[in-house]
Design a protein around this ligand. Sequence first.
Ligand SMILES: [Zn+2]
Length: 86
Amino acid sequence: MKRSRIRKISNKHERELIRRGKLRMELADKYGEHCMTCKDENRDWRGISLSHIIPLSRGGKTTKRNCLLECYPCHEKYEKRPELRR
Ligand SMILES: [Zn+2]
């Protein structure tokens, strides 16, 4: 019982990771490996990651409309305070 429950969650998590990877590639293809928020002004050695405009914890989804490529400083800033986004 317990085992199948864990399995279900990890499958869901895996699908989410695959979706993120695909979306990241798609966005990088279209816009290049740049921070879409600060145009690389705040970018550091950690590079670019996929950010959610509305965080998953607030009901956001991993879709093209809800995702951006961002540098880590921007990602961290808006992850803590998504209300700063316009
Ligand atoms: Zn940035």
